[in-house]
Design a protein around this ligand. Structure first.
Ligand code: GTQ
Length: 353
């Protein structure tokens, strides 16, 4: 007997292991060697796909929702933007992010509740709705960005004469992936207004803060970042501060830390002037982009999304992308990403392509 013949026979590629794999599977196990390539690709392979929802289509269906369901029954009258690459029950626009379009009619109140997901809102249409968060009320104007951090009471209402529509950006799929979801209804329809309207904007939104303030929470103390101030910052940004990949871009920051507006999501307003020729890049964060003014093309890998105001688009994690403006006025875009989470876990990378 040779030494070689006493060793177990090595499995060859051609050996039929299906009966073995079946017994492995029945015992709740699996062979890593069959899964390795899928589990550990050399670069991120997200399941979300590049996608575009056109405002013209969103708008019709969202307005129709206000006829088919009452806000008291819906709690939030929202159409979710569901990425076709992901299971619809995850409510996911990317693997970690959520996007929805909410409509609130004159006289309506979306009842008070709180939950562990963080939320950001970008007002798309109408003027004069309000959001109250932890006792501070703010009146919403087009383009305003409003924060609703983890576990803060919030209700929305509309005391104006017309419908108001906004984008809801939340981290629902991330929170559910981590089994961190908690939710509570407030016992009344609205919760009490304690502070003066927009007090947080006036206190913290001017490079000032209360003396002795030592709080540095991981979310911004500012409830409403007005569109007028964000647009002004873009317009006045010195050219030395422009980005080769994004043009003029400002981040909505937490003034207490200089960091992102919320611990799980950052948010940006971008201006790409006519003729700006940007470089494409990849980022390991996934990004939701919404056109706000002007028009252009968002290139994502080999797709070209021609966009108009309030179209919503998905840039999957690590997808090569860039904005190409068209027309004679600047292209303005709002976007949000999951980069704060990626950075906190040392998973964030970016590269110019
Ligand atoms: O306005 O509180 O789109 O709780 C999804 C969940 C909006 C909200 C959404 C929410 C809200």
């Amino acid at each position: 007997m040779t030494a070689a013949s006493s060793r177990p026979r090595p499995a060859t590629a051609s050996a039929d292991l299906s009966e073995y794999f079946e017994r492995v599977r029945q015992q709740g196990m699996g062979p890593l060697w069959k899964a390795m390539g899928e589990l550990m690709p050399t670069t991120p392979k997200p399941r979300e796909v590049p996608y575009q929802w056109r405002w013209a289509d969103i708008r019709d269906l969202v307005y129709e929702s206000s006829k088919v369901v009452r806000v008291e029954d819906a709690v939030r009258r929202v159409l979710m933007l569901l990425n076709p690459g992901l299971p619809p029950e995850q409510a996911a626009v990317t693997q970690t992010l959520y996007a929805g379009i909410q409509i609130i009619l004159p006289g309506e109140v979306a009842p008070a509740h709180r939950h562990t997901p963080n939320a950001l809102r970008f007002v798309m249409e109408g003027e004069g709705a309000f959001t109250t968060v932890e006792g501070e009320k703010t009146i919403l104007r087009k383009g305003d960005v409003v924060t609703t951090p983890n576990w803060t009471w919030h209700d929305h209402g509309n005391e104006s004469k017309g419908p108001v529509v906004w984008l809801d950006a939340l981290d629902i799929p991330l929170v559910n992936a981590l089994s961190g979801m908690f939710y509570e209804d407030y016992p009344q329809k609205t919760h009490p207004v304690r502070d003066a309207a927009n007090s947080s904007q006036r206190t913290y939104g001017r490079a000032l803060r209360p003396t002795g303030e030592t709080r540095a929470s991981n979310y911004s103390p500012i409830l409403n970042y007005t569109y007028a101030s964000a647009r002004e910052a873009l317009e006045s940004m010195p050219s030395t501060a422009w980005s080769p990949t994004e043009g003029r871009v400002i981040e909505y920051i937490n003034p207490l830390t200089g960091g992102p507006i919320l611990p799980t999501m950052d948010a940006f307003l971008q201006q790409v002037d006519p003729g700006m020729d940007l470089k494409a890049c990849r980022q390991s964060a996934s990004r939701i982009v919404m056109g706000v003014e002007g028009e252009g093309t968002l290139e994502v890998e080999d797709q070209r999304f021609r966009w108009k105001p309030f179209d919503v688009m998905v840039v999957p994690a690590w997808a090569k992308h860039r904005v190409v403006p068209s027309g004679r006025t600047p292209a303005i875009l709002f976007s949000y990403t999951n980069a704060p989470v990626m950075r906190a876990l040392s998973l964030y990378r970016e590269t110019v392509v």
